[in-house]
Ligand binder design. Structure first.
Ligand SMILES: NC(=O)c1ccc[n+]([C@@H]2O[C@H](COP(=O)([O-])OP(=O)(O)OC[C@H]3O[C@@H](n4cnc5c(N)ncnc54)[C@H](OP(=O)(O)O)[C@@H]3O)[C@@H](O)[C@H]2O)c1
Length: 248
């Protein structure tokens, strides 16, 4: 299929999970894709697996200087950009009593500040119309113990999608958001759980997600692809909730 033929796309956090699967689907639809991440080996492996049309740029999006350097490298590969999937994120969960300033800043710097300044720095590369998609989360909609900071970073992204939609309308750049429920990605192995606890964690999700299973990254990537494509020209500042019924 050629829904993104001749389009250029940047995906932050494209070396793993939802971002990687989205890169795969974008490439299959004819786009060229730059993936961003901090770990060079993981980027190299991902680009090798994605194949022709995939490029990698190493950057830590939690730091504005690094985002500025990233922009320079992206510009050398793609002088103009059509699609930006703002996806890089971390998920840490803790009770309010246990949250430190460093912990708070780390989450906000990656999930929200990183998203904001990535968009700011890459905007000049949008020479014509375009599509920006933000990866938010179901946690912006429901209340769960230990999710106060993570949920707040994602709620901020939903607000950003609406405000930037209004601001970027004259430039024909659409901004939308995807909010997933629990998706089976390496993110859930980065929560500091032992292997046994990870298995238990996975089993627990089956009981709390009405559809009876975690989401698959490909199911979220399809929603991102829809917003990125010309199938969604009239959809602005919107959100797709893909959560297996958890918000019902
Ligand atoms: N999985 C879920 O259940 C779920 C549900 C709802 C929303 N989401 C959201 O979906 C997004 C992707 O999550 P995922 O589940 O696919 O996780 P993942 O497999 O852990 O992938 C996260 C990606 O983000 C990159 N990343 C993290 N911090 C970064 C930084 N400071 N600078 C640059 N890249 C960074 C990682 O690469 P490096 O570590 O090499 O930097 C990796 O490529 C996140 O925003 C997450 O909040 C996930």
């Amino acid at each position: 299929m050629n829904r993104l033929q001749n389009k250029t796309a940047v995906i932050t956090g494209g070396s793993s999970g939802i971002g990687f699967e989205t890169a795969r689907q974008f490439l299959a639809e004819g786009a060229k894709v730059i993936i961003i991440g901090r770990n060079k080996d993981e980027l190299d492996n991902a680009v090798g697996e994605l194949g022709e049309g995939a490029y990698a740029v190493e950057a830590d999006v939690s730091k504005v200087d690094a985002i500025k350097a990233m922009r320079g490298k992206i510009e050398k590969i793609f002088p103009s950009l059509d699609i930006l999937f703002v996806n890089a994120g971390i998920a840490k969960f803790a009770a309010i009593e246990d949250v430190t300033e460093e912990w708070f800043d780390n989450q906000f710097n990656t999930n929200f500040k990183g998203a904001y300044f990535t968009i700011q720095q890459l905007l000049p590369l949008f020479k014509g119309s375009g599509s920006i998609i933000l990866n938010a989360s179901l946690n912006a909609h429901i209340g769960r113990p230990t999710a106060s900071i993570y949920g707040a970073t994602k709620g901020a992204l939903l607000t950003l999608a609406k405000n930037l939609s209004a601001e970027l309308m004259p430039r024909k750049i659409r901004v939308n958001a995807v909010s997933a429920g629990p998706v089976d990605t390496p993110l859930h192995h980065k929560k500091g759980l032992t292997p046994d606890q990870q298995v238990q964690d996975h089993e627990n999700f089956k009981t709390i997600i009405p559809i009876g299973r975690m989401g698959d990254p490909s199911e979220i990537a399809k929603a991102v692809l829809f917003f990125a494509s010309d199938d969604a020209p009239f959809i602005v500042g919107a959100e797709i909730l893909a959560d297996g019924g958890m918000s019902l």
